[in-house]
Design a binder for this molecule. Sequence first.
Ligand code: NAP
Length: 419
Amino acid sequence: MSKDLYPIGEVPPLGVVPPTMYACTVRAERYGEPKDSLQIEVVPVPSIGDDEVLVYVMAAGINYNNVWASLGVPVDVIRARQNDGENLDFHIGGSDASGIVYQVGKNVQWPRVGDEVVLHCGSWDDNCPKVKAGIDPMYSPTYRIWGYERNWGSFAQFTRVQAKQCLPRPQHLSWEAAASYMLVGATAYRMLFGFPPNVVQEGQPVLVWGGAGGLGSLAIQICRAVGAIPVAVVSDQSKYEYCIELGAKGCVNRNDYSHWGMLPHWTDKEKFDVWLKEARRFGSAIRNVLGSSEAPAIVVEHPGENTIPSSIFVCATGGMVVTCAGTTGYNGTVDVRYLWMRQKRFQGSHFANYEQAKSLNDMVIAGRVDPCLSRTFQFSELPQAHQLMYENAHPHGNMAVLVGAPDRGMGRRIPVPKP
Ligand code: NAP
């Protein structure tokens, strides 16, 4: 007999959907550090539309965007949705998941009930005129990140997604590993392949900030898979071995430099010269790792304010600094002399479209990219897991949380496949 509420870890019979579920929510009155703002409560299970799918979540991936949702900055996600007409006063984060399909809308061809899937977080309206005209849906005004801009994310027993967000689960991975890579992996994929002609290529140096982080660990592996030469920036020598194991040629420790932050004004010659000296020293450390005079053809940026001046400075002539975030702040100052004289490109990037998410998933299925799952949490530990991320005290690679999946021992690390 169906229950009104299933305990975490007890999988309901296939296709049986209870009226309520456990979810880890954020509410506006709790905006602040994740340890305080994230709480577990019982909420209704959402109903689905004709093009949607209800997935029973086996495991969910932990990403930085739920840290932002917890803080209520840079976007108050609850108010933003209320302004768009949603009447819910809570946010269920979680933009990565593996799970089993429990219900499908009447227009859905694939997946079917019972299919094991991983979810990507890109959603858009297929009826948008731009999408219908064949423009990348990432540029559609209807594009929303599920579990951030859209509600009913994966930090719950059931999640509601568009059918096109589903991709086949790599069968060689545990539920938790399968839940951990898509958001950062597909983002890195778009950054590296999405902006021709600045596309990652064999033999090309690529600078990857936060090489031991979620985005960085996946970016390094994607570079390695195509024969490019990634160089990782990290904050501690203890991360060198990890990045090199993933495929980095070597690492640079950002704590050996002091010029981070917004650029000094160009008219303040004294301060600017100090900055320039440090930036040159940083560039020379990258060349030392590469063992050549080449500069990075692509710089994978996300720290933002602290690092963008240096990223632009060290990028090769004709190269691209591609950014998807401003973790340290949003005032990414640019000395335009380096942009125009050296004809560099400063490109924004945001998650991925379906083809890019699928291509990344295919690389994982083929064993060319490892999810880099480093730690798995219990559902009740979601606030602590996000707090660790907020404090940059989380382990290397990616983290996941068990929802319906059995606990098979915490922190299982899947060996990185060799090229
Ligand atoms: P993560 O796992 O926390 O990794 C970030 C890395 O950044 C850390 O490992 C850290 O490495 C490095 N870092 C921290 N402070 C830094 C500083 N002051 N200067 C330079 N590097 C610093 O997070 P993630 O999952 O990779 O995500 C990184 C950022 O990208 C987040 O802001 C996230 O929201 C964003 N993101 C955006 C999208 C999108 O679609 N727009 C998608 C994915 C992620 P070290 O301390 O070793 O240097």
